[in-house]
Write a protein that binds this ligand. Structure first.
Ligand code: ADP
Ligand code: CIR
Length: 340
C-alpha cells in the first residue's frame, strides 16, 4: 500500500500559470522565484515550503504567496484584507482558566519582528545582519528595569551553555534544514544572539528566522501574565526600532505563517488521554490550534505533553488570537477529563 505523501502548500499552489506569470520576476534586490521556493523544493516534506528574502517579495510574488497565505490563515479574500491590530485584553477574557491550569507545565508567547528597510533573514548580507544586531542590541539596552537584562552573542556562548539553553526551551536550535535551504543560516553564527532578562522570563532572539523574536515565557499556565509581559516588551522595543508593517499583511516576516500579529502563543500541556485515543489532531483542527512536540516545530511529544498554540496569525487581532488559545485549551482540557 502506498502512503499518501503530505503535500506542501507550495506544491499545491505552484501551478503552471503561477510559474509562467512569475518566471522572470525579480525584486529590486534581485530575488527570484527560485530563492522563494528553494526550501520547499529541497525539502518535499515541508508543510509550507516558501520564504520571503525581502519585504518586496510579498508584492512581486503575490501570485504564489497570496493563495498560500489565504489557505494557511484561513482568509476568504486576502487581496482586500485589512489586518486588524488590537493588543488590549478586557477583564474576564480568561475566565475558566482553572479548567486547564493543572495540565499546563509552561506558557510562552512570541512575536516575530523585522526592521524596516533591511532584507529579511533569507536574503540578508553579513553586513546587514551585523547592522541589525547592532541596532537591536542598542534598543534592548534602553529597556526599563523590569525588562532589563543581558545580550549574549551566539559566538560567545560555549557549547554546554548553548545546549542547556536549548534544552530549557530558551534558545533557538541550530541546523534546521528548512531554514538552511532558505539561506537563513548563512554566515552562522555571526550576528545572532539572545537577550535574557534578569528574571529569564523575557527573551529576545536576534537574527534567527526573523530579525527579532520577542518572547515571554514562564512556568505554569498564567496566560494573562505571559501575554501582558509580551505586549509591554513589544511597545518598549518599538519606541526605538521601526518595524516592517503593512495594512494588508500586518508585521512582515520571512515565513508567511508568521505575518499579521506574527504571534504564536503556546501551552506545554499534558494530554495523554487524547494522545491515546488518537483524537488530538482532530480537536486541534476544529479549534484552530497547532500541535507541536516539546522541542518545538518538527519535534516529538514526550510523555503525552504537547505544545498547543494558535494556528492563525494574520487577519485576526492579537486579542482574538490569545483568547482563541485560551478557549481552545479549555475545551481540550475538558475533552481530556472525559477520557481519563
Ligand atoms: P517558534 O515558537 O519561535 O515558532 P519553535 O516551535 O521552534 O519556534 O519553539 C521554540 C522553542 O520554544 C522550543 O524550545 C519550544 O519547545 C519552546 N516552547 C514553545 N512553547 C513553549 C511553552 N509553552 N513552554 C516552554 N517552552 C515552549
Ligand atoms: C515548512 O514549510 O515546513 C517549514 N518551512 C516551516 C513552516 C512554518 N511552520 C508552520 O507553519 N508550522
Amino acid at each position: 500500500m502506498h502512503m499518501p505523501v503530505k503535500q506542501s502548500l507550495l506544491a499545491k499552489h505552484f501551478t503552471e500559470d503561477v510559474a509562467s506569470e512569475l518566471r522572470r520576476a525579480k525584486t529590486n534586490r534581485g530575488f527570484s522565484l527560485d530563492d522563494i521556493t528553494r526550501s520547499g523544493v529541497e525539502n518535499p516534506d515541508s508543510s509550507i515550503g516558501v520564504y520571503a528574502p525581502d519585504a518586496e517579495s510579498y508584492e512581486v510574488f503575490w501570485g504564489l504567496f497570496g493563495p498560500i497565505i489565504a489557505e494557511y490563515h484561513n482568509i476568504e479574500n486576502v487581496d482586500s484584507l485589512a489586518h486588524p491590530q488590537d493588543m488590549t485584553i478586557k477583564p474576564g477574557q480568561f475566565t475558566g482558566a482553572e479548567l486547564y491550569r493543572d495540565r499546563v507545565i509552561s506558557t510562552r508567547a512570541r512575536v516575530g519582528r523585522n526592521l524596516d528597510g533591511f532584507a529579511l533573514t533569507p536574503g540578508m548580507s553579513l553586513d546587514e545582519r551585523l547592522e541589525v544586531e547592532r541596532r537591536v542590541v542598542d534598543a534592548l539596552s534602553k529597556l526599563p528595569d523590569d525588562l532589563a537584562g543581558t545580550y549574549h552573542s551566539l559566538a560567545d556562548l560555549d557549547e554546554e551553555t548553548r545546549n542547556k539553553l536549548i534544552e530549557d526551551h530558551v534558545l533557538f536550535k541550530q541546523g534546521d534544514r528548512f531554514l538552511e535551504s532558505a539561506g537563513v543560516n548563512r554566515d552562522w553564527p555571526a550576528g545572532r544572539g539572545i537577550f535574557l532578562s534578569n528574571d529569564k522570563k523575557f527573551i529576545v532572539w536576534v537574527n534567527e528566522e526573523d530579525h527579532l523574536r520577542i518572547i515571554s515565557l514562564e512556568q505554569g499556565g498564567d496566560l494573562l501574565s505571559v501575554y501582558s509581559r509580551l505586549v509591554r516588551a513589544i511597545s518598549e522595543i518599538e519606541k526605538n526600532v521601526p518595524f516592517a508593517y503593512t495594512q494588508q499583511l500586518g508585521y512582515l516576516s520571512s515565513c508567511p505563517t508568521n505575518l499579521g500579529t506574527a504571534m504564536r502563543a503556546s501551552f506545554h500541556m499534558k494530554l495523554p488521554a487524547l494522545e491515546k485515543s488518537g483524537e488530538l489532531d482532530d480537536f486541534a483542527k476544529l479549534l484552530g490550534l497547532s500541535v507541536r512536540g516539546i522541542h518545538g516545530e518538527h519535534s516529538e511529544s514526550v510523555g503525552g505533553v504537547y505544545d498547543i498554540s494558535n494556528k492563525r496569525r494574520l487577519g485576526l487581532s492579537e486579542r482574538d488570537a490569545i483568547v482563541g488559545l485560551h478557549v481552545g485549551a479549555r475545551r481540550l482540557a475538558t475533552e481530556e477529563e472525559l477520557r481519563k
